[in-house]
Design a protein around this ligand. Sequence first.
Ligand SMILES: [Zn+2]
Length: 449
Amino acid sequence: MKKILFLSFITVVGLSCQKKQKLEYTEWSAGQPESTKAALLNIDHEKSSVTANYKNKTISFYRQSYSGLPVYNSFFKTLSDTKGLQQIQAQTAQLKEFKSLSKNNDSALDFASLLKNKSASFNKIEIINSEEIIYLENSKPLHLMSVSFFDRTGTPYQAFFKFDGSLLDLKRTGSQFADISTSLYVEGPKLGGLTELLLKSVSATPSLSNSVIAVTSEAEKKITTLSPVLKFDPKDERFDQLQVFYYLDKSFQWMKDNLNVRIPTRINAVVHMGYPEKTNSAFYYQNKIRIGKGDDVTYSNIPQDASIIYHESFHALIDSVAHLSFEGENGSLNEAFADFFTCLMTDRPLLGESSYLKGPFKRNLTLGFKYSEKTGGLYHDSLIVSSLLWELKEKLGSEKAKTLAIETLIQLNPASDLKTFSQKLIESSKNLSVDEQNIILQSVSNKGF
Ligand SMILES: [Zn+2]
């Protein structure tokens, strides 16, 4: 037993260090050779996709498949309008990479018990999905089971199992509001007081919900019935359920009205993750949002902080139109857009003002960095991008900045890095006036791109 554990530990480290897969990136746009388009369309891929709509455009994502199995980290992103297919962005592997694949048949694994002893917080997990995948390792293709789950505190993970039940890789995934703690200037307001509001078209069956969102709680007191007047003290656990529902409803409405994007699936949020333990969880992953109450050391009353709830909801938007990941420069782009849209919505450049205890805010989009100052830090590098977008908002106004941001975002995909962002931003500015384009070019250049 000891030997097996030791070996799987070594493999975990090994796989995590070799993120490089044998996947190639290709882009085709209308007007470019039809042969490139035909070659891309000829590659085997999944039959169904999740689609999102932006104005008259349909955005679809598929994964490459081989022998009926999806290829991990591969994708086809297609943009179509009424005239047909306008763009394909693809990250795929060549057929020769699959030559030595050997498939396994036995898939009856009990993941909950296989994971139970791997971490103290895995004693109660919620499996989101499990599927067979092909993982293209440097040396050979592997047939694995990929299992996505939330741990007891609501933190999302992805695990990769071999069919003998051994764990090959385990990583924390999903978005998080914050994972570094820092202390900044000790000033800045807490925002507003309790206001009388009207929530429309709410259901309490099976939980607080409407067509777009459903909110539940891990706390003992839950909202299961509605009455014409439903008021709670902010210290009552049910207050946070209503509060998160209100924030989420507001942000998805804002996305529809301001960005012309409608999220294709219902978002499921759970507050008070880990109750009665107070956790700092604030995650989005696969259409699910998980929010802790805050440990009262770094954060308190997270569900009551609009900027954190909005931020997580924008990850759902970003996921549906660009599939940005949660690590590397691609992850920083994900965080940057979530922060920028949040700040556009609140019309304030600050994140975490109401709940962050170690400073007046967690992030400030007026305090950015240049491209040359990038460190690889997820949130640090996100500020290179979000501060540039905020600067453009100040110079061009909110209306133009939000169109520019969403049109740039729909051009991005899981292979995009910070440089890609600057290029797509410039491309997306083509419909603006020459003066405005020059302002953008100047700001991009000042950022050191
Ligand atoms: Zn985030």
